[in-house]
Design a protein around this ligand. Structure first.
Ligand code: HEC
Ligand code: HEC
Length: 303
């Protein structure tokens, strides 16, 4: 025996399923014909069968009502017609050649036909102007809840590692174009790990300096040593003054708005081990027009 003998692609199982399916329907047909025929030696129609319950409740030997019988026949005919039109009889695909994939593609096409012109109308207007259009914002919000809320939260407030999109603090820029690029092409923020370069003590000092940058108390000597590390290793990305760089997705370290968290422990971990935040590209999946409405919605949250 080969592996194929056990698989549903071999012809044995194909024939087996066809015989079982058709055989069952035929057997039902036969059963109904057989039971609806009057047979000799049994009580005639209209007589009682001799069984009774609760003393007076007698069972009559009447045939099934016509309409009831017809329902049986109609169900069987429906089943046969269905099996001719749609897949069901073994590997026979049905004369309509229906598949889930085709049905889905057709639905998507119909939706595109229906909503495409609407999206295109919105896409022709600049984001800043569209942000005053309540209809556009409503659609944008719905798209957001469907496609983005799993990472950014249903109110766009974000969470550790997932940026808040409702404030005016941006990793990659808050202009309509920058937001749209983030959505269409995705973003990858790469913060290198510095543990090996700085050592434990150096990481501690850099942490103190980052805390001081955002206006919090930290040991002065640690901060002074941290500044040297910062100027050497960090300023290239986070800026000499610590306000970040939208071109690299490097966060502003001078505010109290944190992507990963602002406790000394989390900052120490970020510096020692690095971070890689990934925003997936949505160009293939959503297309330009939907991204335009999403960018409008996000832009409206902070403007
Ligand atoms: C190559 C550019 C680059 C360099 C150099 C760099 N960083 Fe970063 N840093 C980033 C990026 C990009 C992120 C955001 C990571 C993400 O989006 O996942 C980040 C994130 C951070 C965060 C987290 C901020 C938050 O909001 O949670 C801290 C803290 C930080 N960096 C400190 C430092 C320190 C201290 C140094 C120097 C020792 C340094 N970085 C060097 C690019 C850099
Ligand atoms: C799988 C999780 C995930 C999904 C889904 C996702 N995002 Fe993101 N997004 C991220 C992460 C992580 C970042 C931050 C990338 C980084 O660290 O630089 C980000 C960044 C962004 C930014 C840039 C923010 C800034 O401060 O510059 C925008 C805008 C954005 N996402 C919008 C969206 C929209 C709109 C959707 C829905 C179509 C979406 N995201 C879906 C994870 C996700």
């Amino acid at each position: 025996m080969t592996v194929n003998d056990f698989s549903f692609t071999s012809n044995f199982w194909n024939v087996w399923i066809i015989v079982l399916t058709l055989g069952n329907i035929l057997a039902c047909w036969w059963l109904i014909r057989w039971t609806s025929k009057h047979k000799e030696g049994e009580a005639a129609s209209g007589d009682t069968t001799g069984h009774s319950w609760d003393e007076t409740l007698a069972e009559y030997n009447n045939p099934l009502p016509r309409w009831w019988l017809w329902l049986f026949y109609i169900t069987m005919i429906f089943g046969l017609v269905y099996l001719v039109l749609y897949p069901g009889l073994g590997s026979f695909r049905g004369v309509l050649d229906w598949t889930h994939q085709k049905a889905y593609a057709k639905e998507m096409e119909a939706a595109e036909e229906r909503y495409g012109p609407l999206f295109a109308k919105f896409a022709a207007q600049p984001v800043a102007q569209l942000a005053n259009d309540p209809d556009a914002l409503k659609i944008g919000q719905r798209l957001f809840v469907n496609y983005c809320a799993s990472c950014h939260g249903s109110d766009a407030g974000g969470g550790p590692g997932f940026p808040d999109l409702s404030d005016n603090d941006w990793l990659w820029g808050g202009s309509p174009e920058a937001i749209k690029t983030s959505i269409l092409d995705g973003r990858t923020g790469a913060m290198p790990a510095w543990g090996a370069v700085l050592g434990d003590k150096g990481v501690e000092e850099a942490t103190a300096y980052v805390l001081a940058l955002s206006g919090r108390d930290a040991d002065e000597t640690l901060v002074a040593a941290g500044k040297t590390h910062y100027d050497t290793y960090c300023a290239a990305c986070h800026g000499a003054d610590g306000t970040g760089n939208n071109a690299l997705g490097a966060p502003n370290l001078t505010d109290d708005n944190w992507l990963y968290g602002g406790s000394p422990g989390v900052i120490r971990q970020t510096i020692a081990q690095g971070r890689t935040g990934r925003m997936p590209s949505h160009r293939e999946f959503l297309g330009e027009d939907k991204a335009h409405l999403l960018a409008t919605y996000i832009y409206s949250l902070s403007n």
